[in-house]
Design a protein around this ligand. Structure first.
Ligand SMILES: Nc1ncnc2c1ncn2[C@@H]1O[C@H](COP(=O)(O)OP(=O)(O)OP(=O)(O)O)[C@@H](O)[C@H]1O
Ligand SMILES: [Mg+2]
Length: 279
């Protein structure tokens, strides 16, 4: 019997992203390739300005790359679609005149994915999952930052997207709330098993939230390494293995000196699955 071929959900190949204005060109990424598999919690990690948001926006279909290919389930991404939902860092991503429930229902109705009754049921289901069912009639300005992010997550998941795209969704929260949100996101993932593409510049957050990490160089972003990190959870903070992984990633992000080579593939701990790039 022929074997079914399993393909990556998202294939990114040799992606160059460039911004052009009348005065200048800015190269955001250079030759970036990676695959995201169904159920992955895939992290884009790198310093400010290395092109993480640009990569996410390209997957979202909001930016066309200068060069390279990007395909979802084998089809080229040509624009935004309800199969890829975004959650941003900013707390103002919810229209303030709509209640929490209306906010979560809105994409379902606008995309004609559901009629009103079904959209309401779906929205309430996901509001319940993020612990906000009792705030369905509240307006966004009456919510805390963490609560607004929970609404944005419920709104995205209610669409049952092929991928959930998150751009530093917890970066503007205080440390305690951030940790709670990481816990809640992982608990939601355990239940729903969505595919996550998550941007952060925090090494700790990458190790805790991710199952795989793409480490990018400073501007313009190139792939430094791809690491497996599914073995780390919230309870591993501070363990020797966690500390060693964090310091290894730190070295990849900030090589000790200009002429010191990056660790070679043979020196890598066993969680490194792809080549370490020295450029
Ligand atoms: N709309 C734009 N027009 C021109 N240049 C842009 C635009 N957006 C981003 N850039 C440039 O592209 C590069 C990558 O930016 P991007 O926002 O993707 O980085 P990032 O890794 O998300 O950074 P941060 O961690 O600070 O959010 C930067 O040099 C930035 O100045
Ligand atoms: Mg960014």
């Amino acid at each position: 019997m022929p074997q079914a071929t399993i393909e990556p959900l998202l294939q990114v190949r040799q992606l160059d992203i460039e911004y052009r204005t009348r005065e200048r060109r800015v190269r955001a990424t250079h030759d970036v390739s990676f695959d995201v598999w169904p159920g992955d919690r895939f992290i884009l990690l790198g310093p400010s300005g290395c092109g993480k948001s640009s990569l996410l926006k390209t997957v979202g279909g909001f930016i066309q790359p200068l060069r390279g290919e990007i395909a979802l389930e084998g089809s080229d991404i040509r624009g935004p679609g309800p199969d890829r939902m975004m959650v941003f860092q900013e707390f103002d991503q919810l229209p303030p005149w709509k209640t929490v429930l209306e906010n979560v229902m809105f994409p379902l109705l606008a995309s004609r994915k559901a009629k009103r009754a079904e959209a309401r049921e779906q929205a309430l289901h996901f509001l319940d999952k993020v612990g906000l069912a009792s705030f369905a009639d509240a307006l966004p300005h009456t919510l805390s930052g963490g609560m607004k992010q929970r609404v944005a997550i419920a709104r995205a998941l209610a669409m049952r997207p092929r991928m959930l795209l998150m751009d530093e969704p917890f970066a503007a929260l205080d440390a305690l709330t951030r940790r709670t949100m990481q816990e809640e996101l992982l608990a939601l993932w355990e239940e729903e098993r969505f595919t996550l593409l998550f941007v952060t510049h925090s090494i700790e957050e990458a190790l805790v939230v991710g199952s795989r990490i793409l480490v990018l160089s400073p501007h313009p972003g190139r792939v430094r390494a791809e690491l497996n990190c599914h073995q780390f959870g919230l309870n591993d903070f501070g363990s020797p293995a966690f500390q060693s992984a964090a310091s290894h990633i730190h070295q990849l992000l900030f090589p000790p000196a200009v002429n010191t080579p990056l660790p070679s593939a043979s020196q890598e701990p066993d969680y490194v699955t792809a080549t370490v790039h020295s450029s």
